[in-house]
Design a protein around this ligand. Structure first.
Ligand SMILES: [Zn+2]
Length: 327
């Protein structure tokens, strides 16, 4: 059992009284509204390790406490009580929400109750608060840290993008959020820094992603694994050449940026297909090009006169390919 200082004992007693005697709601946003000094005290006393742990110290938990969400917020310009600000701002102050937030970056633009209804990312276990806040992010990071979970930015970005985005929004940077939770940033970066990358590993990871769910653009890699995307640039000069090195022709990506064929892309595609050991017979192309075969054949005709000539131009002995299996 932890040994508490006199000040902490006082706080624990206060939390118990608020819950048992005063029947007060004790979720973060309610405490922030009704007892802001108490929340601030708990968050600044490092020994408590967050609001959730302070509740635990008082013998409470999120299962036992009452949750309350405010059903209004206040206009910082005229003090009016409102559920949401957008309409009010444009009607009464000729202002957009963005302009308002520029002037009052820390003011809410809708009630907590309304925010909770639109905050889907917090409805999944293991979350316990219904809306995001600085204090809740600190609690959540401490919770994960104490369970020994990987807190490296890339992992959080991939697995919990809402947490990642909110850490940046509330603290300015991922690092600042980690620091606010009293965690040593160097400790959580270790996993990333010691992971060794090689071109082969990049290729292997791309294939793995593609097998899981076919890549539809180069940006798809960035969204699904930003660390890998970064390594694509490092080793291959970009995501497209890395994807092609993995044996996936660029034209197979459904949402690719460029649909423009050039002599170069025709030749490149032929070489990628050949490098992957795939059949270059026109009849077999459609099976590994997902409906893009027609486009490729047309482009080859246009730029080289025929498919056979294009293959020849790519430096491949077409005759040797006739017997190849068509995947
Ligand atoms: Zn107003």
């Amino acid at each position: 059992m932890a040994r508490w200082t006199a000040q902490q004992k006082k706080i624990i007693h206060r939390i118990r009284t608020l819950h048992a005697v005063d029947k007060q709601p004790l979720n973060i946003s309610a405490v922030k509204m009704h007892h802001p000094r108490l929340l601030k005290q708990v968050m600044t006393l490092k020994h408590f390790r967050g609001w959730r742990n302070a509740l635990l110290a008082a013998g409470l938990s999120y299962k036992k406490i009452r949750i309350e969400l405010s059903d209004h917020c206040h206009c910082a310009l005229c003090g009016k009580k409102l559920k949401a600000m957008t309409v009010h701002l444009s009607a009464m102050h000729q202002m957009t929400k963005e302009q308002y937030l520029k002037k009052y970056p820390n003011e809410p633009t809708m009630s907590d109750a309304m925010r909770a209804k639109t905050t889907f990312s917090l409805r999944l276990a293991p979350h316990w608060e219904p809306i995001w806040s600085r204090e809740y992010l600190v609690d959540y990071l401490i919770y994960k840290y104490e369970r020994g979970e990987d807190l490296s930015p890339w992992t959080i970005y991939q697995k919990e993008s809402a947490v990642h985005a909110n850490m940046k929004a509330y603290f300015g940077s991922y690092q600042a959020a980690i620091k606010a939770a009293g965690i040593d940033y160097r400790e959580i970066r270790v996993i990333d820094l010691t992971e060794t990358w090689t071109p082969d590993k990049v290729i292997e990871r791309i294939r793995k992603l593609h097998r899981k769910k076919p890549l539809d653009s180069s940006g798809d890699i960035r969204r699904r694994d930003s660390r890998l995307y970064d390594r694509c640039h490092h080793y291959f000069g970009g995501a497209v050449p890395a994807i092609e090195a993995a044996g996936i022709p660029y034209i197979r990506l459904k949402n690719r940026r460029s649909h423009q064929w050039t002599k170069r892309t025709v030749i490149r595609t032929i070489r990628v297909l050949d490098g992957g050991g795939l059949s270059l017979r026109p009849a077999a192309l459609s099976s590994h090009l997902d409906g893009q075969a027609e486009e490729l054949l047309t482009a080859a005709d246009k730029y080289f006169g025929s498919w056979d000539l294009a293959v020849h131009k790519a430096g491949i002995d077409y005759e040797n390919h006739r017997g190849r299996r068509s995947l």
